[in-house]
Design a protein around this ligand. Structure first.
Ligand SMILES: NC(=O)c1ccc[n+]([C@@H]2O[C@H](COP(=O)([O-])OP(=O)(O)OC[C@H]3O[C@@H](n4cnc5c(N)ncnc54)[C@H](OP(=O)(O)O)[C@@H]3O)[C@@H](O)[C@H]2O)c1
Length: 365
C-alpha cells in the first residue's frame, strides 16, 4: 500500500464559502474521508474569515498558487475562471484536482466521471478530474442502465432546475422575491434576467449560436463523453424553477431493443445509488423536497412512450439533490475511488496510460 492510501490526506476545498463548497466540507465529514489537514480557500474577499466546519472554527485562506503546497487532493468549486487559472497551479504543486466547474470537462485529456458509471476513466487522469454538471450527473447512471441492456437510440430531456444550482446569491434572490410578493413589494431580480419566484425561466447559462443554452449543451456533450457514446442523439431544454434544492428531469428515451417499464424499473433499481419510487396509485413518485438532503438519484413515472412503436420507448422522471450527488457527493466519491485504487498521483507518475476521450470510446466500442 502506498503512503497515499494509508495516511490521512491534506485536502483543500476551493470555494469553501459557497453552497457547493460548504456541502463538500459536510460530506467529507459525513463519509469520514481521511482528512489530515483541511484547507479552506476562497477569494481574497473571504480570506481571514472563519467558518464552522468539521466540528471546529476554521479560517478561510485566499486561493493562490502557494496555498496548494503540500495538498494531496483539491476539490474546486469556485467557477470556471478560477479552475482554469488555479487548477494547473495546484497540479504543478503536487495536488490532484477534482473540479466542479465546466472548465475542464470537455478537455480530451481529462476524465469526466460519475462514480457509478465510468470510474475506470479515473485511472489515466493527468492531475485533474472533472465532476459533471448537476443535470448530467443524475441522468447518466439511469441512461447507463438502458445503454447496457437495450441500447440507446435517442434521448430527450427537459430539466426543472432549482435555484441552488446557481449558488448562494440565487437562494437569497428567490427567498427575497417570495417575501416581497407576500408584502406586496416589487420583486427585484439581479441574479436572473426575470423574477424567478412563481415563474419558470427557459434560460440557464448563456445562449449559444446553435440556439441552445450552454447548460443544455453540457447535458448533450457530457452525457456522450461519460457514456462513451460520442454519437448519441440527445437533446435538452433546461428550465429554472422556483425550487430551493434538487433538480427534476422529464426524460424520453428511444431504445434499440424493446423494453417494458417493469424491466426498466428493475434495471434502474440495480444501479448503485439509484432508487425507484413509482407507485401512481399512492401518488408515489420522486419529489424535489424529498430528494433534498439525500445522496440517491430517484426515478419514477416509468411508462411506455406512446409515441414510439414496438415498445422501444420509455418516459420517466428523475430527481436528485444538485448540491449533493449533483456536485459534492460525487466529488468526494471520486476522491474515495482515487484513494482506494491508489490513483491519486497523475497517470504519468504511476506509469499508467494517460486518459484520452477517444480511448474511452474505443474501450467500449
Ligand atoms: N450549485 C450547484 O448545484 C452546482 C453543481 C455543480 C457544479 N457547480 C459549480 O460549482 C461552482 C460553485 O458553485 P456554487 O453554487 O457553490 O456558487 P456560490 O455559492 O456562488 O459560491 C462561489 C464560491 O466561489 C468562490 N470564489 C468566487 N470567486 C473566487 C476567486 N476569484 N477565487 C477564489 N474563490 C472564488 C466564492 O468565494 P467568496 O465567498 O470569497 O466570494 C465562493 O466560495 C461553480 O463552478 C458551479 O458551476 C455548482
Amino acid at each position: 500500500m502506498s503512503r497515499m492510501n494509508r495516511q490521512p490526506l491534506t485536502v483543500a476545498v476551493v470555494g469553501a464559502t459557497g453552497v457547493v463548497g460548504r456541502t463538500m466540507i459536510q460530506i467529507l465529514n459525513e463519509r469520514e474521508f481521511p482528512v489530515g489537514e483541511l484547507r479552506l480557500l476562497a477569494s481574497g474577499r473571504s480570506a481571514g474569515r472563519t467558518v464552522f466546519a468539521d466540528g471546529r472554527n476554521l479560517e478561510i485562506g485566499e486561493a493562490v498558487p502557494e496555498a496548494f503546497n503540500g495538498v494531496d487532493i483539491a476539490l474546486f468549486s469556485a467557477g470556471a475562471d478560477v479552475s482554469s487559472e488555479l487548477a494547473p497551479a495546484a497540479v504543478a504543486r503536487g495536488a490532484t484536482v477534482i473540479d466542479n466547474s465546466s472548465a475542464w470537462r470537455m478537455d480530451e485529456s481529462v476524465p469526466l466521471v460519475v462514480s457509478q458509471v465510468n470510474p475506470g476513466d479515473l485511472e489515466g487522469h493527468p492531475g485533474i478530474v472533472a465532476n459533471p454538471n448537476c443535470s448530467t450527473m443524475q441522468l447518466a447512471p439511469v441512461l447507463m442502465a438502458l445503454r447496457d441492456a437495450v441500447g440507446l437510440e435517442r434521448v430527450i430531456v427537459d430539466t426543472y432546475q432549482s435555484v441552488s444550482g446557481t449558488g448562494a446569491d440565487a437562494l437569497a434572490e428567490l427567498e427575497g422575491q417570495i417575501r416581497a410578493h407576500v408584502s406586496g413589494e416589487p420583486k427585484l431580480a439581479t441574479v436572473y434576467p426575470h423574477p424567478i419566484a412563481f415563474n419558470a425561466l427557459p434560460e440557464i447559462d448563456v445562449f449559444l449560436p446553435n440556439g441552445y443554452t450552454k447548460e443544455e449543451w453540457k447535458v448533450v456533450t457530457e452525457n456522450r463523453k461519460i457514456l462513451h457514446l460520442p454519437d448519441l442523439r440527445i437533446s435538452c431544454t433546461a428550465v429554472r424553477i422556483p425550487v430551493f434544492v434538487s433538480h427534476s428531469e422529464a426524460v424520453h428515451v428511444e431504445t434499440r431493443e424493446p423494453i417494458t417499464p417493469e424491466r426498466a424499473r428493475t434495471l434502474f433499481a440495480a444501479v448503485p445509488g439509484v432508487v425507484v419510487n413509482d407507485d401512481p396509485s399512492m401518488h408515489g413518485y420522486p419529489l424535489a423536497t424529498e430528494a433534498a438532503g439525500r445522496d440517491e438519484i430517484f426515478v419514477g413515472r416509468v411508462r411506455q412512450d406512446a409515441s414510439i412503436e414496438q415498445d422501444r420507448g420509455l418516459a420517466f422522471w428523475v430527481v436528485s439533490d444538485n448540491l449533493r450527488k449533483g456536485a459534492a457527493t460525487n466529488a468526494v466519491e471520486l476522491a474515495e475511488a482515487l484513494r482506494e485504487r491508489d490513483w491519486i498521483r497523475p497517470a504519468p507518475a504511476r506509469g499508467a496510460r494517460s486518459y484520452h476521450a477517444a480511448h474511452a470510446v474505443e474501450a467500449t466500442a
